[in-house]
Each structure stands twice: as structure tokens, then as C-alpha cells.
Design a protein around this ligand. Structure first.
Ligand SMILES: *Cc1c(COP(=O)(O)O)cnc(C)c1O
Length: 457
């Protein structure tokens, strides 16, 4: 399998090159040349597999011969052995919906599913092929800690994570700044997540710097992250089919950077038994507005109870756009240029029936947390609650799966606000409170970030 850029400006690369490259050198995003399709026979044999076994089968065609299968099997097995649920991702019926709990990894958010694997993959490739890697990432909260936990203490890797100062929850911050490993560097930037993401793009677009310092990306622009996430769409659909005998399901996804739901889109195009994806945003609703109107236009970032979705420019959107405009990279380039200069782009096609989209505001987030606690004794984290609130508008005659992207204890302030008491706890998080922290505070300017990195490397 070869990978090309959404903007059509690079020579095709293989899987391991795509993983190490992160963003494509022409400023676009890497995507596979074709999306493999899965036969009915494969689907029925996949139903019997454990999560790590399924992960190997789903990812195999995308990896090709770049990693021997037995090595890959071992990487996958190690990556999911850090999860605290024996099935890795439990899928539970709660009232009228099914909740797919993606948060059983070390940092209690769904990003561990991809980043545990990515950390092991980086380590494997560096050991095999030699070299070093300096990871630079921008986080709205959860990516940072998941990436740090994916690579902490790993040889040949340093990691620099920028997070918006004061805009991630205190616990999220502690999950990053308490990690004592010397290869971990936490940077609080004075600004929003979008500022961090813009600096990240600027630093990566400095190709001399990128090559000199072996920069790599862990943000959801890295293809390996999307890839690892495709697996749980198959897994969750299979588990619900076992319980309901339904031919197809729909999946609701609380969305920020369009990484998680883009993996669902790929799963659907591969042939996963998914009828429709429900895209759920909070008040930062650029994506739900786009799916309802065809206009993708940037607003102001507004802080909400679901901070990991407080994003107005979704970096993975370009991958979807590529497919939406019929794989026409010139059109993608033109649209992205239009967006860069006017902060808006629009499509005049008739929409995409693969998606339903809606927005769950603060009030409905709180009401949904209350309802699920009161009626079913289940505590939803605020991101998951946005997905559930929007899913409830689209319930139909096929089962609905809501992806649960975080453990509620990560966002205990929102839980307290909803339920009037601090009811969500997790021993891993409770233990962080007494640990020492390390961070620097910097302006969100590419020169300043580069200078800081150079002072350490
Ligand atoms: C990152 C994150 C999201 C959004 O995922 P995207 O891939 O950016 O759409 C939702 N919920 C939680 C808890 C997250 O950490």
C-alpha cells in the first residue's frame, strides 16, 4: 500500500515513511492510494477475533510488507496489554443505546488506542532502521498525555507537547506535567488550541528545521492514528450485532479534529456494517454546520465543558474533503487556499448521506449526564454526553452506538456541575494530585518554540 498527499504534491511513500513523515511535505495530509474493501467472508471470520487479533487483520492491508506480520502482531499485543479491560474495548447497552468504552488505556481517553500503538511503532522502527525522532505535538488536552504515555522513556525519542495554558483541565495538565521521564517536555502556550496547532503547522513547514531535528508528528494528522482507530468501528459494530442481530448500526462520534470520525468513514468505506455516522459537536460547531449547510467557516473558539472538542479548524477535515470532491487534489488545494485566505470554503454538491450532524450545547450536555445517571446509573463524560445528546435526535430502527471517548473522572468538574457531587473517580487520577510537576510557559510563536527545542536537543 502506498500513501499520497491530499494536495497531490509528493511522490507516493510506503507505510513506514508515512508514519515518520506525519504531515506531507506539500502541506497536505497523507492518505492511502486505495481503501481496501473487506469481503463478507472476511467480515464473518473477523467477528470471532479478540481485539488485538482483529486489529492486526484490519490494519494489515494498510501496512503491506513494511513490517513482518509476526513483529506487527507483537507490537499490537503489547500496545493493548496496557488497557485495564480484558476485552480492551467493552461495549455496553445503556437504555436505548450502546456505549463503546474507548477509555480503558493508561490516560483514560480514546487517544490511547492509537498512541499506545504509535509509541511502540516508533520505537520499533527507530531500533530497526536507526535514527532519532523528536515529536512535536499540540494538544487540546487528551492527545498530549496519551502521546506522552505512548513514548515516555523510549530510546531515541524526545517529545514536546504544547497545550493552551489554563484551557485544559487541571487533571489533564497533571497527566502531562507529572511524567518524570527526561524525554518529556511540556509547553504551556499563552493562547488557544488553534494557536498551538498553527504554530505546529508553521514549524513543520520549515522543512530545514524538520529535517535537521528529525521532527515527527503525533497529532491526528499522523496516518497511523487514524489507522488504529478504524479497528474499533468494526469491533463495536460486531459486538452490537451479536446482541441485536441487526444487519447494520449507526455510530455517534463526539468530534473535534475529525480524526476519530474520519477513521469511522474509512471503516464504512471498507465495508464495516455501518449505515451512518452521526457527527456531534459542542458549541464549536464548524463541522456540524458544514454537514448541514455545505459551508465550512471558521468561528471563534469558545471554551466548553468538553474542552477536547473546542476546536474550530479540524486538521483531519482535509482528508474527508479529498474524498468528498472525488479525489481531486487540485480542487482540495483550491478549497484549502480559499479557506486560508477567507476563513471559509463552501461546496455546492448535494451533501453526503453517510453523515448526520448536530450540536449539543452546554445545557444539553449537563441534562444528558443527569439523565443517564438518574435512569441508568451510568456516568457519561461530557464529550461522550455531547455524542449521546446528538444521537438521541437521530435514533431510528437500527441500533445506535455512541463512542465514549473519556472516563468521566478526567472531567470531574463537569460531573460535579451536572450531578451536584464529585461522583466520578479513578485511582490513576487520584494518585496524580501529590506528584511534582514540570512545564515551561511560552508564546505561541514558531521562532520561540524552535528556539526552545534547539536549547534542549
Ligand atoms: C480528542 C477527543 C475528542 C475529539 O476527537 P477528534 O479525533 O479530535 O475528533 C473527543 N473526546 C475526547 C475525550 C477527546 O480526547
Amino acid at each position: 500500500m502506498k500513501y499520497i498527499s491530499t494536495r497531490g504534491g509528493i511522490e507516493a511513500v510506503n507505510f513506514t515513511q508515512a508514519v515518520m513523515m506525519g504531515l506531507a511535505d506539500d502541506g497536505g495530509l497523507l492518505i492511502p492510494e486505495q481503501i481496501p474493501s473487506v469481503s463478507e467472508a472476511e467480515l464473518s471470520s473477523w467477528r470471532k477475533l479478540s481485539y488485538p487479533q482483529l486489529a492486526v487483520e484490519v490494519m494489515k492491508p494498510f501496512i503491506g510488507s513494511t513490517i513482518p506480520e509476526s513483529d506487527f502482531r507483537d507490537l499490537v499485543k503489547r500496545s493493548y496489554s496496557t488497557f485495564d479491560a480484558s476485552e480492551v474495548i467493552p461495549v455496553k447497552q445503556v437504555g436505548d443505546i450502546f456505549i463503546s468504552e474507548l477509555f480503558h488505556g493508561p490516560t483514560l481517553a480514546f487517544k490511547d488506542v492509537a498512541l499506545q500503538l504509535l509509541g511502540n511503532l516508533f520505537e520499533y522502527l527507530l531500533k530497526r532502521d536507526g535514527g532519532k525522532l523528536n515529536i512535536l505535538g499540540a494538544t487540546s488536552g487528551d492527545t498530549g498525555s496519551a502521546a506522552i504515555h505512548g513514548v515516555r522513556g523510549k530510546k531515541g525519542i524526545d517529545i514536546f507537547i504544547m497545550f493552551p495554558d489554563g484551557r485544559v483541565s487541571p487533571l489533564q495538565e497533571r497527566q502531562m506535567t507529572t511524567v518524570p521521564d527526561k524525554n518529556v517536555h511540556c509547553i504551556a502556550v499563552k493562547g488557544t488550541f488553534d494557536d498551538g496547532q498553527r504554530v505546529l503547522k508553521d514549524v513543520f513547514n520549515d522543512l530545514d528545521f524538520k529535517r535537521k531535528y528529525y521532527l515527527g508528528a503525533v497529532n491526528s494528522v499522523n496516518w497511523a492514528r487514524v489507522l488504529a482507530q478504524i479497528v474499533y468501528y468494526f469491533w463495536s459494530a460486531f459486538r452490537v450485532q451479536e446482541q441485536t442481530k441487526a444487519k447494520r448500526v449507526q455510530v455517534s462520534v463526539p468530534t473535534g479534529n475529525f480524526g476519530d470520525i474520519f477513521a469511522g468513514y474509512v471503516a464504512l468505506r471498507m465495508g464495516a456494517p455501518i449505515q451512518r455516522l452521526i457527527l456531534a459537536t459542542n458549541e464549536n460547531d464548524i463541522l456540524s454546520r458544514f454537514f448541514n449547510t455545505g459551508v465550512y467557516s471558521r468561528g471563534q473558539v469558545c471554551p466548553t465543558l468538553s474542552p477536547s472538542m473546542d476546536i474550530q479548524v479540524a486538521s483531519n477535515f482535509e482528508r474527508y474533503l479529498y474524498y468528498r470532491v472525488g479525489k481531486d487534489s487540485k480542487k482540495v488545494r483550491d478549497l484549502m487556499a480559499e479557506f486560508a485566505s477567507t476563513k471559509s470554503l463552501s461546496l455546492s454538491d448535494s451533501g453526503d448521506p453517510t453523515f448526520a450532524a448536530g450540536r449539543g450545547d452546554t445545557e444539553s450536555t449537563l441534562a444528558t449526564i443527569r439523565k443517564y445517571h438518574r435512569e441508568y446509573g451510568y456516568i457519561l463524560d461530557p464529550h461522550t454526553a455531547v455524542g449521546v445528546a446528538v444521537a438521541e435526535k437521530f435514533l431510528c430502527d437500527i441500533p445506535t452506538i455512541c463512542l465514549s471517548t473519556a472516563h468521566p473522572a478526567k472531567f470531574s468538574a463537569a460531573i460535579t456541575q451536572a450531578l451536584g457531587a464529585d461522583l466520578a473517580h479513578h485511582p490513576t487520577l487520584d494518585a496524580l494530585v501529590s506528584l511534582p510537576t514540570r512545564r515551561v510557559t511560552l508564546d505561541p510563536k514558531p521562532e520561540i518554540i524552535k528556539e526552545y527545542m534547539e536549547s534542549i536537543l
